[in-house]
Design a protein. Structure first.
Length: 115
């Protein structure tokens, strides 16, 4: 079993930055994909960034060059550094891990970007 707890969301002005964190409890060594999704009001949940293997991270076109996915194995924590934020980035952001034992989601953290 894996449990995920996100943090780092908040309200920021356009052009600002935030770093989201996703702390995982339990072993994540069997997880072969980890990433972030987001869901804006009235829209479907969409992929933001996903890492399927070391050195192989895919980003949504809308965030390329602005967002960076990283992980700290020692802390069992996944990060999403978000720079040059835009109002269209406003959404609830969810951490996601796909492991041999199943697929896990965090509870979500709200990001709001004002123009």
């Amino acid at each position: 079993q894996v449990q995920l707890v996100e943090s780092g969301g908040g309200l920021v002005q356009a052009g600002g930055s935030l770093r989201l964190s996703c702390a995982a409890s339990g072993s994540i060594f069997s997880c072969n994909a980890m990433g972030w999704y987001r869901q804006a009001p009235g829209k479907q949940r969409e992929l933001v960034a996903i890492r399927t293997s070391p050195g192989n991270t895919n980003y949504a076109d809308s965030v390329k060059g602005r967002f960076t996915l990283s992980r700290d194995n020692a802390k069992n924590t996944l990060y999403l550094q978000m720079n040059n934020l835009e109002p269209d980035d406003t959404a609830v952001y969810f951490c996601n891990l796909r492991c041999l034992s199943g697929t896990y989601w965090g509870q979500g953290t709200q990001v709001a970007v004002s123009s």
